[in-house]
Design a protein around this ligand. Structure first.
Ligand SMILES: *Cc1c(COP(=O)(O)O)cnc(C)c1O
Length: 462
C-alpha cells in the first residue's frame, strides 16, 4: 500500500514514511492511494477478538511491517493497558454505547496513541534515529500522547494546550508526567491557535527536518488506522446480538478524526446504514453537511472542550474524496478557505453533501439534560462529549437499524459538568483521584509560533 497527499505534491510513500512525516510536506494530508475492499473477509473477521481484528485491519494498510512485528506492536499496545475487550459495547436503554475510554488516560485517544507510541519506537529502533513530537491538544490528545511515549528512548514530546482552557483534570493528567522527554506548553490562546502554531512549525520544512519533527495529532494517518478497528468490532457485536445486518453509528466530533475512521470502515465494506455526526455549539461541520458551506466561526467554550474546534484538521481527507479525489480541486478549495475562512461545494438542486452522513449540533443545556436523563433513567453516567452524541442521536430518532453511540471519554474526566447535570458527584475513577496533589511541570508561552519554536530549540540544545 502506497500513500499520497491530498494536495498531490508528494511522491508515493510507504506506511512507515507516512507515520514519520505526519503532515504531508506539501501542506496536505497523507491518505492511502486506494481504500482496501474487505467485503469478502467480513464473515471471517466476525469471529475474531479485538487484537486479531486489529491485526487483520492493520495488515491491509501497513504492508511494510512484517506480521510478527505487527502482532507484537498490537499486543504491547492493547494487552493489559485496556479493558480485556479493549472497546466493549454495552446496551443502555434503546441504544448501544461503544465505550472507548478504557485506556490509561480514559479517552478514546488512547486506542490510537498507545499504538502510535509503539509504532514510533519500532521505526526508530530500525533506523537508529530520533524524533521530536509536536502536538496540540484541546485536552485529551495531550495526555494520551504523553502516556503513549513517556520514557521512550529517542523520543521527545512537546504538547501545546490552550492556557486555562482545558479542564483541571486534563491539565493535571499532562503536567504531572515528569519524565525528562515530556514537555508541556500552555499557550495563551485557543486550541485553534495551538493547531495553527503546530501547522506553521510543521510546514517549515527546514525546521521539521533539522529537528525530526513528528506529529501525534490525527493528521497522522496511523491514528485514523487504529480507530477503524473498533467500528468493525462494535458493529459485529451489535449485529450478533440483534440479528440485524445493518448498523447506524453516531460520533461526537471535533477534528473529524474519529468519524473519518468510521467512514473508512464503511468504504472498506462495513454495512453502516447511517453515520450521524454530532457537534456541540461549534457546529461548522453540522453546517457543512446540511448546506455544503464550510465556514469558520468563533470558538465557543462548552462542556465538551475536546470538540471546541472550528477548523477540523481531518476534514481535508474527507473533502478530497468528496470532490472526486481531485488534488487540484481540493487545493483550490483549501487555499480559498485559508484566505476567506469559507468554502462551498456546488450542489445541484436537491443534492445533499453525503447521503450516508447526517448531522446536528447539541447546545450546552441539551448536553446537561441528556447526562441527567441517562443517569436518572438508566443509572449510566455519560461524559459530556458522549452526551452530545446521544442527544443528537435521539434527535434523529432511535427507530430503525440499531444505533451505536461512540463514547469518547470516561465521565470522571469532567466531574464539574456531571455534578451540574445530576446534582451529585457520581463521576469518579481511581486514576483521576490519584492525580490530586502530584507535582507538575509546564511552560506558559505567548500565542506566537516564534515563542514556541524558541522554546523547542532551547530545550533540545540543553
Ligand atoms: C478528541 C475528542 C473528541 C473529538 O474527536 P475527533 O476525532 O477530533 O473528531 C470527542 N470527544 C473526546 C472526549 C475527545 O477527546
Amino acid at each position: 500500500m502506497k500513500y499520497i497527499s491530498t494536495r498531490g505534491g508528494v511522491e508515493p510513500l510507504s506506511f512507515q514514511q507516512v507515520v514519520l512525516m505526519g503532515l504531508a510536506d506539501d501542506g496536505g494530508l497523507l491518505i492511502p492511494e486506494s481504500i482496501p475492499d474487505a467485503r469478502d473477509r467480513l464473515q471471517s473477521w466476525r469471529k475474531l477478538d479485538y487484537l486479531q481484528l486489529a491485526q487483520e485491519v492493520f495488515s491491509l494498510f501497513a504492508t511494510d511491517i512484517p506480521t510478527d512485528v505487527m502482532r507484537s506492536l498490537i499486543e504491547r499496545s492493547y494487552r493489559g493497558t485496556f479493558h480485556p475487550e479493549v472497546a466493549p459495547t454495552v446496551r443502555v436503554g434503546d441504544l448501544f454505547i461503544l465505550e472507548l475510554f478504557h485506556g490509561p488516560t480514559l479517552s478514546f485517544k488512547d486506542v490510537a496513541l498507545q499504538f502510535l507510541g509503539n509504532l514510533y519506537e519500532h521505526i526508530l529502533g530500525q533506523t537508529g534515529g530520533h524524533l521530536n513530537i509536536l502536538g496540540a491538544t484541546s485536552g485529551d490528545t495531550g495526555s494520551a500522547a504523553i502516556y503513549g511515549v513517556r520514557g521512550r528512548a529517542g523520543i521527545n514530546i512537546f504538547v501545546m494546550h490552550p492556557h486555562k482552557r482545558v479542564s483541571e483534570i486534563q491539565e493535571r493528567q499532562m503536567t504531572s508526567v515528569l519524565d525528562a522527554n515530556v514537555h508541556n506548553i500552555a499557550v495563551r490562546g485557543s486550541f485553534d491557535d495551538c493547531q495553527r502554531i503546530m501547522k506553521s512549525l510543521a510546514s517549515d520544512l527546514d525546521f521539521k527536518r533539522r529537528h525530526s519533527i513528528g506529529s501525534v495529532n490525527s493528521i497522522n494517518f496511523a491514528r485514523i488506522l487504529a480507530q477503524i478497528v473498533y467500528y468493525f468490532y462494535s458493529a459485529f457485536h451489535v449485529q450478533r446480538i440483534t440479528g440485524t445486518t445493518q448498523t447506524r453509528v453516531c460520533v461526537p466530533t471535533g477534528n473529524f478524526g474519529d468519524i473519518l475512521a468510521g467512514w473508512y470502515a464503511g468504504r472498506m465494506g462495513l454495512n453502516l446504514s447511517q453515520m450521524i455526526l454530532a457537534t456541540n455549539e461549534n457546529d461548522i461541520l453540522a453546517r457543512f453537511f446540511n448546506t455544503g458551506v464550510y465556514s469558520r466561526g468563533t470558538v465557543a467554550q462548552t462542556y465538551s472542550p475536546a470538540m471546541d474546534i472550528q477548523v477540523s484538521s481531518n476534514f481535508e481527507r474527507y473533502l478530497y474524496h468528496r470532490v472526486g479525489s481531485d488534488p487540484k480541486r481540493l487545493r483550490l478549495l483549501m487555499e480559498g478557505f485559508a484566505s476567506t475562512g469559507s468554502l462551498k461545494l456546488d450542489l445541484r438542486e436537491g443534492e445533499v453533501v453525503d447521503s450516508q452522513m447526517v448531522s446536528k449540533s447539541a447546545t450546552n443545556a441539551e448536553t446537561l439534560e441528556t447526562i441527567a436523563k441517562y443517569y436518572r433513567d438508566y443509572g449510566y453516567v455519560l461524559d459530556p462529549h458522549t452526551a452530545v452524541g446521544v442527544h443528537v442521536a435521539e434527535d434523529f430518532g432511535l427507530e430503525g437499524d440499531p444505533l451505536v453511540c461512540v463514547s469518547t471519554a470516561h465521565p470522571a474526566k469532567f466531574p464539574e459538568a456531571i455534578r451540574e447535570a445530576t446534582g451529585e458527584s457520581v463521576a469518579r475513577h481511581p486514576d483521576i483521584d490519584a492525580l490530586a496533589g502530584l507535582p507538575t511541570r509546564c511552560e506558559i508561552l505567548d500565542n506566537d509560533s516564534g515563542a514556541v519554536r524558541a522554546f523547542i530549540e532551547k530545550t533540545l540544545s540543553a
